[in-house]
Design a protein around this ligand. Sequence first.
Ligand SMILES: Nc1ncnc2c1ncn2[C@@H]1O[C@H](COP(=O)(O)OP(=O)(O)OP(=O)(O)O)[C@@H](O)[C@H]1O
Length: 807
Amino acid sequence: MADDGMVMNFSIGEYSLGTKFVFKGGRWKDRLQAKKSLQRRRERRSRDEPLTGSNAVPTKFKETVSNDEVPRPSRRQRLNGDQHMHSRSHNTATKPKEVVSSLFTYNPKVEPSVAAQTKLEDISPPDPSNAPLPASASPFTPLGLSLFLSTHLTQNLSLTAPTAIQKAAITQLLKDDSDAFIQAETGSGKTLAYLLPILQRILALSKPSSELPADGADKAGKLNRSSGLLALILAPTRELTHQISAVLTRLLRPLPWLVAGTVTGGATKNHEKSRIRKGINILVATPGRLADHLENTEVLDLSSVRWLVLDEGDRLMELGFEEEIKAILKNLDDRQGKKRTGRLEILGLPEKRTTVLCSATLKMGVHRLGEISLKDAVHIKAGAKTSTPSTNGQDAVEKKGQETEKAFLAPAQLKQSYIVVPPKQRLVTLAALLKRTFARKGLVMKAIVFFSCADSVDFHFEVFARKEAHLPKETTPSRQNSESNGRSRESEKKDTFYPKGLTTEASPKKTKPDLPTVSSTPTISSPSNPSLTLHKLHGSLEQKLRTATLQSFTRSPNPSILLCTDVASRGLDLPNIDLVIEYDPPFSSDDHLHRVGRTARAGKEGRACCFLMPGPEEGYISILRLCAGGDSGYVKGEDAETVMKKGFTPQITPTNTKPTITPQQDKWDSCATTYQLDIERWVLDDARAGELAKRAFISHVRAYATHVVAERGFFDVKALHLGHLAKAFALRDRPGEMGRGGGGGEKLGRRRVDGGGDRGDGNGRGGDEERGGSGGGGGGDGNDAARKMHRKMMEQARGGAGEFNIG
Ligand SMILES: Nc1ncnc2c1ncn2[C@@H]1O[C@H](COP(=O)(O)OP(=O)(O)OP(=O)(O)O)[C@@H](O)[C@H]1O
């Protein structure tokens, strides 16, 4: 008979008292009494006391019997055995089991072929692929820019020659009014590639450029701020919008009669309205806010717009702006269709609107955007002749995409590396790599570390911002510093602060203000580089705080590390980034190219390092090589042990130029272990730290399930060793027992993370399309969870976190 909801009487005599009972149903008081009674029976049994009838368990319960304490085979094959783990159970009735495992035992082996170092030290990296062309061979003027504009570029902006993509784009966009698709690698100067020809065309409308005086003071020119909106630039994020606007402002400095403006989600609408009313000639906007203004701001008139630019096209689509872009295009087309007014003829505006689509990568979303926005577009590509117009925009993007997909690579001069790190050692290896990188002042100024999710950024920020309490004195130069500064050694108080110029009050929407985003980093700094600062950035932070943090990182005269999500991977031009670390591998190879593209910009040098785990992830090395140009690319394998040795051994004291190695420091592995254990203890003792670590771990595993379908073979969530991975978050809890939000919340069991697996039937398009990704095939039912996850992330990116990237 079914026992649903039925209260059953039973005896437990035949069960061993070692068996765990879970009492369900009845009143809580009765359940508690039953539990206590059973406990008493167990105690008596252990003292060999016979059970009496009065000690019997009350019978008003539906009971389930758990076999948890009965030995059973492991549910999954443990590659290297976990027998070494000590399972400590302090009062099992109240506390989950704690697992303390060693950093250096039972780690999966790295394939010898992978571990083998590629000897690249002697090979000089290829010539920069995104550098400006030689100034003498290719100045700006012959491309069609006026002498006035060329002089301004050279004298005020120190730009002596165009980059290859600028040369191609300026020539084409000045030649005719065809739509265009500009594709070029990261850091190749795409912003100026579309801004300069538009500006030149607008200047030519004012008066023939040859007639403009050298000081540009032709205030009697026909165009001014009341001439209407002439050019519209759409970018996916507020940060990018502000960046483009800053470049535009510098270009327009000697042309005060032309006015540029921005509309983005961050500012107040009324403020934006009043600026629109005063008149703007070139508007940089996020699609969401512009569409909003089109509906609600009457003074916004697009009838005179003759240039439309869609910058970072793939990202625009990925963030789901298709509907807004369609609405904007419809508005533009409707206006353009109307009979031209006399005023526009007087201005001499071209009959046809020119639409320019820019992208560094060619995802499916770009094809779609090309389809809805371009007509008879030409494909402009660095170092190649522009191709003839095709019948529709999608063709231009698609056909040329097929030709050039292979050609889209990381900058040639970028030195890339990878480290295959066992999951347990990930945290200490990252710490060691950062310590080594910033061992001396001046070697590296700025580094970015990419994480897969905001929770992980928050956790690692706290880890590196804290002052360690238990490390041996010799290995903690920062502590020596702080002690000499008279600070308390045991103090766990962190030196965190808000970026300069930020008002810290929370926005009315937020219940809690965001915590500071800048900090000193005592455990990573060294005596010879004591002023190292740490920044964090992700989409869940308030807009004002994000902007201020980014500015603080960019303008800091001190060496700085930025811990961030992919929020900082697109389009941002952060000066002097020497190193990009992909601690969590990218969600797609396109994301990889954007991330590493934050360094090695405009011909400068740069380094990038990707963390991978032994197992399927090692296969990703082939993708890294492909992105670097195959055999000709610069991709080197680094050994995790060597990185740890360098990070945890010789500390250079400020007084000595030679490294001084103390006996303790010589034992790099025990230093690494001490470092790890110190963080584990902190996570164990400090409830807030524990919560941060658990959240980070859970979010990390979930994000792991959202790799694009085409690459999910390398990042199979089912192949993750969750127990080992938990150690990288300094957690001793068993993964299956980790509740969210202090228990009662969601748990991370194996079943929860299987969703993003590879059980697809091969027919579906899976999560890849959802991401707007470039891969194809695979996927299907098994990708639903990944799709949902990604949709949620994107919603958060657009809604909760504004027009921004994964938060
Ligand atoms: N002709 C030039 N000479 C020297 N530096 C240049 C030139 N053109 C652009 N730059 C510089 O190159 C850097 C990258 O420019 P930009 O941000 O436009 O690149 P991008 O191609 O849009 O990159 P991404 O794809 O990452 O968005 C900027 O710092 C810019 O000032």
